[in-house]
Design a protein around this ligand. Structure first.
Ligand SMILES: NC(=O)c1ccc[n+]([C@@H]2O[C@H](COP(=O)([O-])OP(=O)(O)OC[C@H]3O[C@@H](n4cnc5c(N)ncnc54)[C@H](O)[C@@H]3O)[C@@H](O)[C@H]2O)c1
Length: 408
């Protein structure tokens, strides 16, 4: 059995990895340790997951456990440090998305991977959700011919979208903004569908709803005098998990999960557009907003032989409850077909559970290329990082070529 450790003990680490590793997958996973800069959270995770040893620092965990695999589920800006240290200690790495937040850190990861011969897997769970994989299968089978154009729109609602502005994600230096943190999922799916390398882009971004616009504000919901009149008021103590893991851990690091949405430190965008050209000639126009009345995505894919109209509306932030699951295929002869995708149960449209099977069991056939590596991780995050630069500089910019980054 392979030995695993986890860095990061927040909600993703607990629900996606630690709990399944200590229950469903314990016959193939030897879960040996957890490290988080917040030891309260690490201890709580350990108590819920078979009292796995808690470490006070990462290097000690590596040297004592000598794990085969390190799972990185800490904040985005810290991924690169742990990935590189783990690779250099002879471990393979499973990294949460985004692999990292900028080009420099990305290059350092690719270099460490090349020098050590160890591997980084990036957990792009959406590739495993049946809806997204059915679209991939149709495109791979040439159902609409060559892909010429993708229009892709993602909208987060005023609960899920707002959540990114309450905590560490709300500052560029921590998350790379939503174009990296969130859109890395979407750019990965589009890259995978189009099956080509991104070449150049231009992006725009704005803050229209969240952030400091001179409106009345507080420090955090828990103590806010405007709570009764604020549309976005959230009582995190009403959720036992939030209360225990986050309010209960605040004394260590001051990490508030309910910081004011109008805080002046917020420097990420809530409204974003990206126009991009692929090496194949395919063109993408992409948008993301974080304050929509409802949650979901819509896309159209135009090819040489037809058009797909796709999308889902979600009733929950983890995409486990789906409104409709139809793919519409329009052919050039004027006919059309509705393709129904079977029920999607579980986190990220059932993608989380399928991803874990591929990660822990191994040997799973992969005809669609669902198991993403560092190349895919780099390719999608570099679109977001380049889009951030394009917004700041007001320019069309080349997207760094991952093949040359891998060899430089
Ligand atoms: N694939 C998905 O669908 C998905 C969904 C949610 C989150 N994520 C990713 O999972 C990761 C964790 O997200 P989360 O929602 O659990 O966030 P979180 O804030 O709940 O947890 C992050 C944890 O990292 C710890 N931490 C902060 N700085 C650290 C450092 N320098 N070293 C070690 N630990 C540190 C914090 O104390 C916290 O416990 C992020 O990279 C996020 O992008 C992925």
């Amino acid at each position: 059995m392979k030995k695993y450790v986890i860095v990061g003990a927040g909600s993703r680490a607990l629900y996606m990895f630690a709990k399944p590793m200590s229950t469903t997958w314990k016959h193939v996973v030897d879960f040996r340790g957890v490290f988080d800069t917040n030891q309260t959270r690490a201890r709580l995770l350990s108590e819920e997951c078979g009292n796995v040893p808690v470490y006070a620092d990462f290097t000690t965990m590596l040297s004592e456990v000598k794990p085969d695999v390190v799972i990185v589920a800490s904040t985005d800006n810290s991924h690169h440090t742990y990935i590189i240290e783990a690779l250099r200690a002879g471990c393979d790495v499973i990294s949460e998305k985004p692999m990292t937040i900028d080009e420099e850190k990305c290059q350092a990861i690719l270099q460490a991977e090349r020098e050590t011969g160890k591997k980084v897997i990036v957990t792009f769970n959406l590739r495993f959700a049946p809806y997204f994989s059915t679209v991939k299968e149709m495109l791979q089978n040439g159902v609409i011919g060559d892909v010429y154009h993708v229009h892709f729109e993602w909208f987060l609602d005023r609960d899920h979208g707002a959540d990114y502005f309450r905590r560490w994600h709300s500052e560029m230096k921590n998350s790379g903004g939503l174009l990296v943190h969130k859109s890395t999922h979407h750019f990965d799916i589009i890259n995978w569908w189009v099956d080509s390398a991104p070449v150049e882009l231009q992006a725009f971004g704005a803050r229209r709803v969240y952030g400091d616009h001179g409106q009345p504000k507080g420090e955090r919901c828990l103590t806010c005098s405007l709570a009764s009149s604020c549309e976005f008021y959230k009582d995190i103590t009403a959720d036992p998990f939030m209360s225990k893991y986050y309010v209960g851990g605040e004394h260590e690091d001051g990490y508030w999960r309910d910081r004011c949405l109008f805080d002046e430190r917020i420097d990420i965008y809530d409204t974003m557009t990206v126009n991009l050209r692929y090496a194949s000639g395919a063109l993408l126009n992409y948008s993301l907003v974080a304050y929509a009345p409802y949650e979901g995505w819509k896309a159209t894919i135009n090819g040489s032989n037809g058009r797909l109209e796709v999308g889902n509306i979600y009733r929950s932030a983890d995409m486990s409850e789906v409104e409709k699951s139809i793919i519409k295929l329009y052919k050039l002869d004027g006919s059309s077909e509705n393709i129904e995708v079977s029920a999607q149960i579980g986190g990220h449209g059932g993608g989380d559970a399928k991803l874990l099977k591929a990660l822990f069991e191994g040997g799973v056939a992969d005809p669609l290329g669902q198991q993403a590596d560092s190349f895919a991780g780099a390719q999608s995050l570099l679109i977001g990082a380049t889009a951030n630069r394009s917004i700041a500089e007001g320019k069309v910019l080349p997207v760094p070529d991952v093949t040359s980054l891998c060899s430089s």
